[in-house]
Design a protein around this ligand. Structure first.
Ligand SMILES: Cc1cc2nc3c(=O)[nH]c(=O)nc-3n(C[C@H](O)[C@H](O)[C@H](O)COP(=O)(O)OP(=O)(O)OC[C@H]3O[C@@H](n4cnc5c(N)ncnc54)[C@H](O)[C@@H]3O)c2cc1C
Length: 487
């Protein structure tokens, strides 16, 4: 059997499934081919940021996801004596997305929500127990072959998105190199079901104790997590034994307050694929980049990838935009991901210290820095888009457009041009005047924002990054030029 589809997504993890929902919102037909029968049940992401929540909003699942999350107000790095070495007050301050800076999650619960949403979408479907074995790509499209319970099956697609995780078959078949970024530490991750929340910490903790570096984090959907670094003499088998787990958990005195759900040893690593696009084949999520979990950003980064791609693919397939638009994918995303990986590795190197003398030096350094700089507040900041499909040099280009209320829901999944005066044109974007009734609740804020940046108009891309600000007609012309479409 051969299927014809706009987009084939290989891998039904959270990145592939969110990508499917985003693309389906644009009206593209999507098939997700997933090797496994069900959702991956082992412990993984515990945290997502405000931008990830905004992407879930665009995908239509934010309210369901929010119902399973818990806000985190603080992230503390403590030494063995319990002194604060570094504090991030994540609960203080607004974010540009309008969602909390730090949301604690339970990844299998979110994957369940995404699965249900894809099943309900008229434009997307998941084919489970479909494992990619090979593909051929031309300038016109991709033909992929799968092992399935019904034997070998084929899908023809205009584009293939490899969202098939750290050991990506897509990446390997395309012979794309994966650079090892030289971080390797093994940790035991223990997820628990909470019975009595009042006896548990109410903020996220890194215990930088050289005797046993330990993490303790809140999670969504009634879970709480502990992580323990493996020391050179530890084996994964020994760490996963019930008696070892009992000994490690004993100092936390949470017997009866939690019930252990799962424990698994993970190798925390960092890697970056050399090329994220090879013609009509694109990599996203862990297939394109891998990082240790200390910044809680691996999944968030993958969600940003598919958000970056969805509107571009829709412009190309539905509106004949120039395929050159996809050339901006990696240049836009990679510097951001590198900054995130650097932060995650830096945090990991701070925590994963088992030499007491090195730990004492680190503690003194961090305490001196805290004394001098105080605590960090709000969301972690990463670089804006510096190049790509933006009007370089115009105020705020490459930044996330601030969301007031649920503005994104009003505007829909494509690009918008908000202008002080009336404006219309032939681009496949929404032209909307600031005094339009639909903008009523956000009008004053947007007008204030435009004035602050001395702009008559702002053009916001489908992923909510600002293409540019300035005069409406000029913005439309420049955006049309970037898309290869007449204004
Ligand atoms: C302990 C731990 C803690 C973490 N904490 C955080 C955190 O707090 N915040 C955060 O943002 N991230 C965190 N992460 C990272 C996050 O879990 C990953 O980044 C995320 O799961 C990646 O999603 P993905 O969809 O790209 O890949 P995956 O979730 O790995 O999904 C890939 C899918 O592709 C399928 N597949 C593979 N090969 C094939 C094939 N040949 N054919 C068909 N299907 C195939 C797989 O079965 C799988 O379902 C953590 C990770 C770990 C391990």
């Amino acid at each position: 059997m051969t299927s014809e589809v706009d987009i084939l997504i290989v891998g039904g993890g959270p990145v592939g499934m969110t990508g499917a929902l985003l693309l389906a919102k644009h009206g593209l037909s999507v098939v997700v081919a997933e090797r496994e029968a069900g959702i991956y049940p082992l412990p993984r992401a515990a945290h997502i940021d405000h931008e990830a929540m905004r992407i879930f909003q665009t995908a239509g699942v934010a309210d369901d996801v929010l119902a399973t999350t818990r806000k985190a107000g603080r992230y503390d790095f403590l030494n063995a004596a319990g002194d604060v070495l570094m504090r991030i007050e994540t609960g203080i301050g607004d974010t540009s997305s309008g969602w909390p800076a730090s949301n604690m999650i339970h990844q299998p619960s979110i994957e369940g929500i995404l699965n249900d949403a894809v099943a309900a979408s008229p434009n997307a479907e998941v084919r489970r127990l479909w494992a990619l074995v090979n593909f051929t790509a031309t300038d016109e499209g991709v033909t992929a072959h799968f092992d399935t319970p019904e034997g070998r099956q084929e899908i023809n697609a205009k584009y293939l998105l490899g969202c098939d995780g750290a050991n990506s078959t897509t990446r390997n078949l395309a012979n794309i190199e994966n650079d090892d970024l030289d971080f390797n530490e093994s940790w035991l991750v223990i997820d628990t079901i909470v019975k009595d929340r009042s006896r548990l910490p109410d903020c996220n903790l890194q215990i930088c104790d050289p005797v046993r570096p330990t993490t303790c984090v809140l999670m969504g959907n009634g879970r709480h997590r502990w992580e323990f670094m493996l020391l050179p003499e530890d084996t994964a088998e020994h760490m996963q034994k019930p008696e070892t787990i009992e000994t490690l958990m004993a100092p936390w005195k949470v017997g009866g307050a939690v019930e252990i759900e799962r424990a698994a040893v993970y190798q925390f690593a960092a890697a970056l694929a050399k090329n994220w696009r090879q013609g009509r084949v694109l990599l996203a999520g862990d297939a394109a980049h891998l990082m240790p979990p200390f910044a809680g950003q691996g999944l968030c980064s993958g969600l940003r990838d598919v958000d970056n791609l969805a509107w571009k693919l829709a412009m190309i397939i539905q509106h004949d935009a120039d395929e050159v638009l996809l050339d901006s994918y990696q240049p836009e995303r990679e510097p951001h991901v590198r900054a995130v990986i650097d932060l995650a590795i830096m945090m990991g190197q701070m925590v994963c210290v088992s030499d007491p003398e090195a730990a004492a030096v680190r503690d003194a350094d961090l305490m001196a820095q805290r004394e001098q700089n105080g605590d960090a507040h709000g969301a972690m900041t990463f670089p804006p888009l510096l190049t790509g499909t933006i009007l370089e040099g115009s105020a705020q280009a490459g930044m996330l457009f601030p969301q007031v209320g649920r503005l994104d829901d009003i505007m829909g999944p494509g690009a918008w041009l908000i202008a002080k005066g009336d404006l219309s044109g032939g681009l496949p974007i929404q032209y909307i005047s600031l005094d339009d009734e639909r903008l009523k609740a956000a009008q004053d804020d947007i007008e204030g924002w435009l004035d602050a940046h001395q702009a008559e108009a702002v053009l916001v891309r489908g992923d909510k990054y600002i293409f540019g600000t300035g005069e409406g007609e000029q913005l439309a012309t420049a955006f049309g030029h970037a898309l290869g479409l007449a204004h």
